[in-house]
Design a protein around this ligand. Structure first.
Ligand code: URA
Length: 217
């Protein structure tokens, strides 16, 4: 498969923190067990949550310390929605909810037709009042970009305040698809790999993320 031109880097936030990169390298190893793959994804997802929530709006509240009353800042976690693209998105969702336990959760069920590599929807469930919410869509692998673009299409119809996309790995083809369909949606990723193969897998990648998270291969 030939490589499309690299899209604008403004659109892509590369999370190149040493802890993230170290854990990602361990996940890529084909001998990593299901247990360690899942644990590492969980840990990376907490660190990605830290990056993607960096500019979240905050509010002031009054708190009483043991010594005096002060005004201090808190996040309104209820305004945030994590949307997991099933099934591999679950692997990122768990880690993100560990650090933002007040967030709401939506699910989009999509599978890739193995012949056409197009996304086919089988489930869609979002919290109420999406127009008041900031959305973070999660899926470990942004490969062809077809599932991500289809999920964002459906979410956009509900008119949320903002949408960001978090993955673990992507490639130039996936970024190009998302950039073309949704140039307003920033992508947070731990790596941009070389290319897709003819089956829609990222190279060098880490294999099938869903199978590795759930031990289904
Ligand atoms: N989905 C995966 O799980 N892995 C890839 O490499 C591409 C899509």
């Amino acid at each position: 498969m030939s490589q499309p031109p690299a899209p604008s880097n403004l659109h892509v936030h590369l999370v190149d923190h040493p802890l993230v990169q170290h854990k990602l390298t361990l996940m890529r190893k084909k001998e990593a067990s299901t247990n360690s793959f899942r644990r590492l994804l969980n840990e990376i997802s907490m660190l990605m949550a830290y990056e993607v929530t960096r500019d979240m709006p905050m509010q002031d509240i009054e708190v009483q310390t043991p010594l005096e009353t002060m005004t201090a800042r808190v996040i309104d976690g209820k305004k945030l929605v994590f949307v997991s693209i099933l099934r591999a998105g679950t692997g990122i969702l768990d880690g993100m909810l560990t650090v933002v336990p007040g967030a709401r959760v939506g699910h989009v069920g999509l599978y890739r037709d193995p012949q056409t590599l197009q996304a086919v929807e089988y489930y869609f469930k979002m919290p109420k009042d999406m127009h008041e919410r900031d959305v973070v869509v999660v899926d470990p692998m942004l490969a062809t970009g077809n599932s991500a673009a289809a999920a964002v299409d459906r979410i956009k119809a509900l008119k949320p305040k903002s949408i960001k996309f978090v993955c673990l790995l992507t490639c130039p083809e996936g970024i190009a698809t998302m950039h073309k369909a949704h140039p307003d949606v920033p992508i947070y990723t731990a790596a941009v790999d070389r290319q897709l193969n003819e089956h829609g897998y990222i190279l060098p990648g880490l294999g099938d993320a869903g199978d590795r998270i759930f031990g289904t291969q």
